[in-house]
Ligand binder design. Structure first.
Ligand SMILES: [Zn+2]
Ligand SMILES: [Zn+2]
Length: 73
């Protein structure tokens, strides 16, 4: 006998399972606070305004559920 319950859901790592009202690493500067698209170095990121993270009402990674289906690679 082996445990065979559905284990295909995992906690969303983007929001740590919170789903809503989450702070995530800025997708534009990857948490550095500097805009990688700017020609000049150390230009302030216009997405997070140099904070390095942004607040979301709903996590776009898990659509606010806090969980994700495991995908086989
Ligand atoms: Zn940023
Ligand atoms: Zn999430």
């Amino acid at each position: 006998m082996s445990l065979n319950y559905d284990n295909s859901m995992i906690i969303c790592r983007e929001c740590s399972g919170q789903g809503t009202d989450v702070d995530i690493e800025c997708p534009n500067c990857f948490g550095t606070g500097y805009d990688p698209e700017e020609d000049k170095p150390f230009a302030q990121c216009h997405t997070c305004y140099g904070e390095g993270e942004v607040s979301l009402d709903i996590c776009h990674h898990c659509s606010g559920t806090g969980q994700l289906f495991v995908e086989d690679d």
